[in-house]
Design a protein around this ligand. Structure first.
Ligand SMILES: Nc1ncnc2c1ncn2[C@@H]1O[C@H](COP(=O)(O)OP(=O)(O)OP(=O)(O)O)[C@@H](O)[C@H]1O
Ligand SMILES: [Mg+2]
Length: 230
């Protein structure tokens, strides 16, 4: 479904992603783990097209999208859950979902989003800025779903959430996987990633330093300490 082939990405003169390759197969959840500043968000931004790679290729559903503008990538079925939780603070939950809707497709309706996040339905008339951090995160995911993606790029969805909400997020990822979505999940939260993903890559200064199953990583204290500091 998604193939990232040896991409090299820069911010000006800063050489950030130094040859990343990975694949996300249909219906799978792949996690990228790494500490602050290792290049996780840069990777997401390269895939969605905010900061395209200078070298390498990105293939999505058999199509080379390396040079496709980011708005067209969304139309092709790439959904983004950004790290900074982009919602409209002055719009209600309902309005936030409506403005995100894909005009061409209707696989994701507001009712279907509410079935994943019943909490959002309870808050339907609340403004974005009246929501808790966890509710804002649910709304951010809901907005991404309204674009009807086949692959969801999630940038630290558990960041800053209380443990009970981290569990809600985890359940929602299971549910989305059951609904047939493929997910590339970027995380710093090891537990969350281990419980959600089928395969993990460890990112270290712009390179994939180690790749394994969640079970293998869980049992490997040395690798966890070396790349994640836990
Ligand atoms: N807009 C920018 N201009 C210049 N350098 C940047 C920019 N954004 C990020 N960087 C640098 O790129 C590197 C990777 O940053 P990135 O945001 O991808 O890390 P991250 O793994 O997502 O970190 P975090 O866990 O804190 O979100 C860092 O050294 C950072 O300082
Ligand atoms: Mg980041």
């Amino acid at each position: 479904m998604l193939e990232v082939k040896d991409i090299h990405t820069y911010y000006g003169d800063s050489y950030i992603l130094q040859g990343i390759s990975l694949e996300v197969e249909k219906g799978s959840v792949i996690a990228i783990l790494g500490r602050n500043g290792m290049g996780k968000t840069t990777l997401i931004h390269s895939i969605i097209g905010f900061n395209p790679p200078r070298q390498g290729r990105i293939m999505f559903q058999g199509k080379d999208i390396t040079k496709v503008p980011s708005y067209n990538r969304v139309a092709l079925g790439l959904g983004l859950v950004p790290q900074e939780r982009r919602i409209f603070p002055s719009l209600t939950v309902l309005e936030n979902l409506k403005v995100a809707a894909n005009k061409e497709r209707e696989d994701w309706t507001i009712e279907r989003v509410f079935s994943v996040f019943p909490r959002l339905q309870e808050r339907i008339r609340h403004r974005g800025d009246n929501l808790s951090g966890g509710e804002q995160q649910m709304l951010t995911i809901g907005r991404a779903l309204m674009t009807c993606p086949s692959l969801l790029l999630m940038d630290e969805p558990s960041e800053g959430l209380a443990p009970v909400l981290v569990r809600v997020m985890r359940d929602s990822i299971f549910r989305l996987k059951e609904e047939g979505l493929s997910i590339l999940l970027v995380e710093q939260n090891l537990r969350f990633a281990l419980k959600s993903a089928g395969y993990v890559h460890l990112l270290e200064r712009g390179k994939i330093a180690y790749s394994c199953t969640p079970e293998e990583l869980d049992g490997d204290q040395e690798t966890k300490l070396k790349y994640l500091g836990v």
